[in-house]
Design a protein around this ligand. Structure first.
Ligand code: SF4
Length: 438
């Protein structure tokens, strides 16, 4: 069955009418709560910090915008930069960028929240965050081994939106909408489809839920997309409630980039709702230390305070983050924000992604630069998602040097070799001959 992300009219979850202006109200409420708690004469404290550079950016490019609007995630979604004109209004586009954006049609359009744009260099097209979101001509080149669906997700699609590859867990593609579109996206073929981004179809969700109800071996559901946190609170609440009602599902996860590129989405009402569905975990998609702003400190703190364990997933990208001097501060910065570095991924061979991919040994080199040199929690798992649907394959530096009789020979992070008494063991035996030959 092919992976279907149907587009069409937005269905309403039953029994939960959407509130009008639902995100403005809590915002004002929160602001006024804080102001009442303090003296009436004190200034209203906005719910999100706005870092200095971002403030200068929005005053320049969105002069009529109030702080309340800027901090309203729905305003950020509506105001996303999506057209060539809008890009050119804000960025000094290179000729290559200009041509590439102009040529584009189909899925994975340009889409950048004003907040995330404020973190980018407006003049330098080589700046890391900008390279991950504004297309270039290299996207139109197809490299060897590249494919629209390199992980064969379509093949493993068991019900609409349900990719069932591993024995006890599934991927649930809940939406095709993202707040920003990453140029290296594994699901480039299905996100941000033309003619209007996918809005969930209740009929599709029902089919997916029926599949999950029937498959009692599924104990772990990873909700992804697109980005599930682009759904409104009521829809997400409804879907999480339905998933929680399935007795054999023990564990729910949400994969999202929203807390990084649209931190204002992490409202107090959202976290209050999410808290009802524990155990609920979240995998956040970080790319670069420039993303670690005051706003992101706030979004991650709200999620962590709600008891949601946070992990990070980072795609290794050439000339963007493929250096220990970039990855290490990112990993350490995440720990400070209570986000545990989880995966460092080799970039998937989607069509037109050769310019983003590094040799696989680059990932090993980075892991070697972390392992032992800093807190163990700061070292993610380096993995390659095997093309064709093989699943994630973990690749780690080899610290086993060989074997000398009953001793296992191990190399530590500084390159020194140590003996570990291991009578009866066989690990490293095949390396002994090599060692003797050296
Ligand atoms: S946020 Fe995730 S799903 Fe959306 S474009 Fe980026 S990588 Fe793809």
């Amino acid at each position: 069955m092919s992976l279907q992300i149907a587009r069409g009219r937005e269905a309403k979850p039953p029994l939960r009418p959407l509130r009008s202006k639902q995100n403005v109200r809590p915002l004002l409420q929160e602001a006024s709560e804080q102001s009442t708690a303090a003296s009436p004469a004190k200034k209203v404290v906005l719910r999100f910090p706005v870092n200095t550079d971002t403030k200068a950016f929005y005053r320049k490019f969105y002069p009529g915008t109030s702080s309340i609007e800027w901090n309203d995630w729905r305003w950020q979604m509506r105001a996303r930069i999506r057209t060539l004109d809008e890009l050119a209004r804000i960025f000094h586009l290179s000729e290559d960028e200009y041509r590439a954006v102009k040529m584009h049609s189909g899925s994975l359009p340009v889409g950048i929240t004003p907040y995330y744009a404020s973190l980018m260099d407006l003049k330098d097209s080589r700046e890391p965050l900008r390279r991950t979101h504004i297309m270039t001509g290299e996207e139109y080149l197809r490299g060897p081994g590249e494919d629209d669906d390199p992980l064969a997700e379509d093949h493993d699609t068991a019900a609409p939106g349900i990719v069932h590859r591993y024995p006890d867990r599934v991927l649930f593609l809940t939406t095709g909408t993202c707040s920003t579109y990453c140029r290296y996206c594994t699901r480039a073929r299905v996100v941000g489809n033309p003619g209007g981004e996918y809005q969930f179809s209740l009929r599709q969700w029902e089919q997916a839920l029926t599949y999950l109800e029937e498959h009692t071996e599924v104990r772990d559901v990873l909700m992804s997309g697109g980005d599930p946190l682009t759904l409104g609170d009521d829809k997400l609440d409804w879907l999480l409630g339905r998933l929680r009602a399935i007795k054999h599902i023990e564990f729910l996860r949400i994969g999202t980039k929203v807390p990084v590129v649209l931190p204002q989405r992490i409202t107090k009402s959202l976290v209050a709702m999410l808290k009802k569905y524990h155990p609920l975990w979240m995998s956040l998609h970080f790319t670069h230390p420039d993303e670690l702003t005051d706003e992101v400190a706030e979004s991650t703190a709200r999620l962590a305070d709600a008891g949601i364990p946070l992990g990070s997933q980072t795609v290794l990208l050439k000339d963007i983050n493929d250096d220990i001097s970039v990855i290490k501060p990112l990993m350490l910065g995440l720990l400070k924000r209570r986000v545990r570095p989880y995966y460092l991924y080799q970039c998937d061979p989607i069509r037109g992604s050769a310019h983003f991919r590094t040799p696989v040994e680059k990932g090993l080199e980075i892991i070697q630069g972390l392992r032992g040199h800093t807190t163990g929690y700061a070292t993610p798992i380096f993995a390659v998602d095997a093309p064709g649907g093989g699943g994630k394959v973990q690749i780690a530096p080899d610290f086993v040097v060989g074997r000398d009789s009953d001793d296992l020979l191990l190399r530590n992070f500084e390159g020194d070799v140590y003996r570990y008494p291991d009578p009866g063991g066989t690990l490293g035996r095949d390396k002994k001959a090599k060692l003797a030959a050296e």
